[in-house]
Write a protein that binds this ligand. Structure first.
Ligand SMILES: Nc1ncnc2c1ncn2[C@@H]1O[C@H](COP(=O)(O)OP(=O)(O)O)[C@@H](O)[C@H]1O
Ligand SMILES: [Mg+2]
Length: 239
């Protein structure tokens, strides 16, 4: 296996709750090789989203460390951490978060414009990515008029257009029916392989999780390989 791209060491995350705290992550250890696709499963409220937020530096841990290509992300300056978030990581969420009144192409071009790419180049790359996700013919359509599956595919193009090495997907098929869910996952996996991306996908769907290179279960605040914990066996949706 190739070198670790991402490594988490004893990540803990607590949130204030009432007068006390809720301990969501209680020492997550994780090593992900470059090019690997890892599924994180666990019931609703287990802390999957909390973990992905930390892996993408959208939030800071209560304690613990995260290394990307050997660099300690939470020891970086605020500006360098933002650079990691904006350049190294692409996010796909359960809800697409596209701007509904802007076209698919404008939505996909946005991360490039934010990164300082000129308008013409951004449009060209957005068009390329819309073609890769099978939406060339929808480029000029307002995002709000696309179907759920199309919106999630546009969201994938937006996540990947700026060339991140790490893709974080939080229940990316959670809002879709079975056939769209299957198609969106298949596309995600194809793009992950073709572009040599490293991916972490949180999902409720054990069948899709089983198609990833590795499945980890978040239980009692820690990540364990599937089969090692006491979670319920079986197929289908959990939580
Ligand atoms: N910002 C927050 N403030 C307080 N509690 C939070 C916050 N974010 C998440 N939590 C709590 O952390 C736990 C895990 O949430 P989450 O990471 O969203 O789980 P999952 O994605 O596995 O469903 C839940 O109990 C949730 O209520
Ligand atoms: Mg969640």
């Amino acid at each position: 296996m190739s070198e670790a791209l991402l490594r988490a060491e004893k990540l803990c995350k607590e949130f204030p709750s009432g007068g006390g705290v809720v301990r969501v992550l209680q020492g997550v250890d994780l090593t992900i090789a470059a090019g690997e696709m890892v599924a994180v499963i666990g019931p609703s409220g287990a802390g999957k989203s909390t973990l992905l937020h930390l892996l993408g530096a959208l939030d800071s841990p209560t304690s613990g460390a995260l290394y990307f290509c050997g660099k300690a992300i939470f020891s970086l300056s605020i500006a360098a951490r933002a650079e990691y978030r904006n350049r190294a990581v692409g996010f796909v969420w359960q809800r697409h978060h596209l701007l509904p009144d802007f076209t698919a192409a404008e939505n996909v071009a946005m991360p490039l414009l934010v990164n300082g790419t000129d308008r013409e180049e951004a449009s060209r790359q957005a068009a390329d990515w819309l073609a890769k996700v099978g939406l060339a013919s929808r480029a000029a359509h307002a995002a709000g008029t696309l179907s759920g599956g199309e919106q999630q595919r546009a969201a994938m193009a937006r996540a990947l257009v700026a060339g991140p090495r790490l893709l974080l997907a939080d229940e990316p098929t959670g809002d879709l029916d079975e056939s769209n869910s299957d198609a969106v996952f298949a596309l995600l996996q194809r793009l992950q392989r073709e572009h040599g991306l490293t991916a972490v996908m949180a999902t409720h769907n054990r069948e899709l999780a089983g198609r990833c290179d590795r499945v980890l279960v978040l239980e009692r605040g820690c990540l364990v390989p599937r089969g090692a914990g006491n979670g319920p066996p079986g197929q289908g949706n959990i939580g």
